[in-house]
Design a protein around this ligand. Structure first.
Ligand code: ADP
Length: 421
């Protein structure tokens, strides 16, 4: 491959370089022409002959091209000779162990030391990795029946980690073999999270569905001729379909956001106007819950880069939660202030309620999907358990921060710091 490149480079060598490479041929030609015709009598033919020589020298492949091919080949051979197995192992980011035909460690790279500790040349691999799958892997590659083999292996201590391990023979009569460990723990964790999410979402949808189907049965059976019961059951069924629709809307919002997690919004959003319209849109809910919404906005322009619809959804979710869960406090304050002291200057929006607050142990998990402090109160408040998770996703896209402070019995404050650039 290196040869191919060098040859290619030779054919496209610039004319100036070829002139230089063929300089002796060129000089000899010009001297010969001048010698035949004499310097003084240089005619148009002489000039023409010199030009032809000049062109020939520029177009002729030079000896330098051949030289550069040889140089590249020599460089490659020299480079590979300098490359020891140890250097190569050190350059591999995954744990890597070189061993001999008796399954004894010959060399382990730094990543292998960090992952497994207590490794040393001369140590038996079979004693270090006693799991049956590792023994089978070593047996199959050492028996020579296969050149390479892969197994899944879990290291239990100090923390559980899942690896995909490949063993292969180095070959070329070295009598050496190599083990490479690919850490799969993060991929497994994501798979588990996805499976949990699907299980949770299915459960959330199945509950209202079971209730609707039960009421349909009752309406067709025992309550068939009872108009009062029918009205009551239809109302419940309507509430349940509303709950399913809200859940599907939230699931769709989340999946849309997950598809573009770091896509930075490019427009400017007027926070004063946006938050005013959030407050207006939630006025009926606040009235229903007996909550007064108070504003405390700093003067002057309050623009930040962002997506207006998404930021509307953030403040709508936070204010809705404050009106619902902080209802007993009777009031909610929405304040906007400029924060120039931060290493990342921007605007802080805080939504504070004076309700029961959130116990400290729940705060770190409250933005997880389907996490609720009190499942019953979330259900009666028409919650889906996804509101704060959507907030977190949108704020990540805006490089913004959410901080939650709460004292049980005194209320909760959700602050959003939006960078101004
Ligand atoms: P939900 O749809 O259940 O409201 P969220 O993700 O918006 O889901 O909120 C998760 C949980 O956090 C809620 O179920 C509630 O228990 C708790 N929570 C959120 N905001 C407040 C608040 N202002 N005061 C007390 N608890 C809150």
């Amino acid at each position: 491959m290196a040869e191919l490149n060098a040859e290619h480079k030779g054919t496209v060598q610039p004319a100036a370089a070829r002139l230089w490479a063929n300089r002796w041929l060129l000089a000899a030609g010009i001297v010969a022409v001048l010698a035949v015709h004499g310097l003084a009598g240089a005619s148009a033919y002489v000039v023409l002959a010199a030009i032809v020589l000049l062109l020939a020298a520029a177009l002729l492949p030079s000896g330098g091209a051949r030289q550069s091919i040889e140089d590249a080949t020599a460089m490659e051979a020299g480079g590979l000779q300098r490359l020891s197995g140890e250097y190569l192992a050190a350059a591999v980011a995954d744990p890597l162990i070189i061993f001999d035909r008796t399954a004894t460690i010959v060399h382990a790279n730094a990543a292998a030391f960090a992952a497994f500790g207590g490794l040393a040349p001369g140590m038996s691999l079979s004693l270090k990795f006693r799991a049956p799958e590792m023994q089978a892997l070593l047996d199959s590659v050492l028996s020579g029946t296969v050149a390479s083999e892969i197994v899944d292996y879990t290291e239990k201590l100090p923390v559980e980690r899942a690896y995909r391990v490949s063993a292969s023979s180095v070959g070329h009569a070295t009598d050496l073999y190599v083990l490479v460990f690919k850490d799969q723990s993060e991929a497994r964790r994501i798979d588990r999270m996805r499976a949990d999410f699907i299980a949770n979402a299915s459960h959330e949808l199945r509950t209202p569905l079971a209730s609707i189907s039960g009421f349909i049965e009752t309406l067709r059976g025992p309550a068939r001729g009872d108009p009062a019961a029918r009205d009551q059951f239809l109302q419940i069924m309507q509430n349940q379909t509303g709950r399913m629709a809200r859940l599907i809307d939230d699931l769709l919002s989340l999946s849309r956001l997950e598809m573009k997690p770091y896509l930075k919004p490019g427009t400017e959003v007027d926070l004063r106007q946006t938050i005013d319209s959030v407050i207006d849109s939630l006025a009926p809910l606040a009235r229903e819950n007996g909550v007064a919404i108070e504003r405390d906005f700093v003067d002057g322009p309050l623009d930040v880069p962002g997506d207006r619809d998404e930021l509307f959804q953030v403040f709508e979710n936070l204010l809705e939660n404050a009106c619902k869960y902080g209802q007993s406090g009777g009031r909610v304050t929405v304040s906007i202030e400029r924060d120039g002291t931060d290493p990342e200057p921007g605007i802080d929006v805080t939504i504070r309620d004076y309700g029961p607050g959130i116990p400290e142990e729940h705060i770190p998990r409250i933005t997880e999907r389907f996490y609720r402090v009190d499942v019953e109160s979330s259900r009666t408040q028409k919650g889906t358990g996804l509101g704060l998770s959507i907030v977190k996703h949108i704020l990540t896209r805006h490089s913004a921060r959410l901080s939650i402070k709460s004292e049980v019995g005194k209320g909760a404050a959700f602050s959003v710091h939006l960078p101004s650039a």
